[in-house]
Design a protein around this ligand. Structure first.
Ligand SMILES: *[C@@H]1O[C@H](CO)[C@@H](O)[C@H](O)[C@H]1NC(C)=O
Ligand SMILES: *[C@@H]1O[C@H](CO)[C@@H](O)[C@H](O)[C@H]1NC(C)=O
Ligand SMILES: *[C@@H]1O[C@H](CO)[C@@H](O)[C@H](O)[C@H]1NC(C)=O
Ligand SMILES: *[C@@H]1O[C@H](CO)[C@@H](O)[C@H](O)[C@H]1NC(C)=O
Ligand SMILES: *[C@@H]1O[C@H](CO)[C@@H](O)[C@H](O)[C@H]1NC(C)=O
Length: 333
């Protein structure tokens, strides 16, 4: 009986479709089997349709940019062609002169976790990430001042507290998308390709949470909640509690526009620097999955190390705890 089903009916089921099955009149027991099969088939169909609908609904709510980048594809290739042997003028590399150095740049939006990410990187004994060098307007006045600054960084001559000096194996900086990067993208992309600089794109998936982070930060800048000093990054759970007591009020009209602006900037930078070697990271993945940091170290050609940061996340817990509002936008997600 079973054999009968396997050899003939399964085939006709596949080839001729549902109608033919219903026409066939097999013995009683196999009719049961047939009913079960049809039932299962229709269940599978409806589950499939349901899941497709769900997917469409959820992607519909996102911006176009995020849809495009759900499939991440870091243009991974071997690191060797990207290694350099810089000869700084301000010091000698001494025992590490024979160690190669990789050049990188972290491109990110404000409040996307890039500060936290950079402290993690700098906890590696061979990484020198020099912070937001281009927050100083003079350095990004025109393309030539930008390239001049980059030259200094990648020649290991930009010295600050993050510099590992002679034994740096990866050197770079953190660069916000609104710090001259888009205005001078042609010259910068050309420079990155010529100098074989690798890019780490760091984005944040949850746009609303980033908005809360941005708003809270600007409020804190104004109110100076913590002991009269502005702290955009906090170092203790206690301080985080003080800051998270502030619940920003959100203007939903301007909120969507602001989010769109940020996403447009991210989409543009991905397009402009498409041909440069890069990896795309999402803050949420880094928080959830520590193995992502191994990918980053591999991308930078570093010996693997445990990376640590003293920075504590300010806005923990469900988002609704942090917002004074019962708007449509919040309940929909
Ligand atoms: C760029 O700005 C610097 C001053 O920051 C100036 O000396 C230089 O001439 C400018 N270059 C161009 C091409 O405008
Ligand atoms: C990393 O730094 C240490 C010293 O802190 C040095 O001994 C080692 O050679 C460096 N590794 C690389 C790959 O540059
Ligand atoms: C400032 O902070 C310290 C601990 O960080 C605390 O002991 C002190 O009371 C605070 N001062 C004020 C004026 O809040
Ligand atoms: C919200 O933002 C829009 C656009 O920026 C502005 O026209 C409106 O007055 C704002 N509403 C409130 C309550 O601030
Ligand atoms: C990047 O460039 C390649 C071809 O060079 C193209 O196929 C791809 O669509 C581009 N991606 C984006 C996001 O622009």
């Amino acid at each position: 009986m079973c054999h009968y089903w396997h050899s003939s009916n399964v085939n006709s089921f596949l080839i001729l479709g549902l109608q033919d099955i219903l026409v066939v009149k097999p013995p009683k027991k196999s009719r049961m089997l047939l009913r079960t099969a049809v039932l299962m088939f229709s269940m599978a169909c409806s589950i499939f349709i349901f899941s497709v609908c769900l997917k469409q609904i959820s992607t519909h709510a996102r911006t176009k940019f995020l849809e495009l980048n759900i499939i991440e594809k870091p243009s991974q290739s071997t690191v060797i062609p990207y290694l350099h042997y810089p000869e700084p003028v301000s010091f000698r590399r001494n025992e590490c002169a024979r160690n190669p150095v990789l050049f990188f740049a972290i491109l990110s939006n404000q409040r996307s976790g890039s500060g936290w990410f950079e402290t993690l990187l700098n906890s590696h004994s061979n990484v020198s990430s020099n912070g937001e060098i281009f927050s100083v307007i003079g350095r990004r006045k025109n393309a030539s001042s930008i390239l001049h600054t980059l030259d200094k960084v990648y020649n290991l001559d930009w010295l600050n507290s993050a510099s590992k000096n002679e034994c740096s194996a990866a050197v770079g900086l953190k660069w916000m998308l609104n710090q001259g990067l888009l205005e001078h993208h042609k010259e910068i992309a050309e420079y990155f390709d010529r100098k074989r600089v690798s890019i780490i794109f760091l984005f944040r998936r949850n746009l609303l949470r980033r908005m809360v982070s941005l708003l809270a930060n600007s409020y804190d800048r104004y109110a100076k909640l913590l002991n009269g000093t502005h702290k955009s990054h906090v170092h203790s759970a206690e301080e985080a509690d003080i800051l998270s007591k502030y619940k920003p009020t959100i203007n939903s009209t301007s909120l969507l526009d602001d989010l769109k602006d940020m996403e447009m900037r991210s989409a543009k930078v991905l397009e402009y620097f498409n041909s440069t070697r890069h990896i795309i990271l999402y803050y949420e993945d880094l928080v959830r999955n520590p193995n992502k940091l191994k990918d980053v170290q591999q991308f930078l050609g570093l010996p693997q190390m445990e990376l640590t940061s003293r920075q504590v996340k300010i806005h923990r817990g469900p988002l609704s705890d942090h917002i004074h509002r019962t708007g449509m936008m919040l309940t929909r997600r």
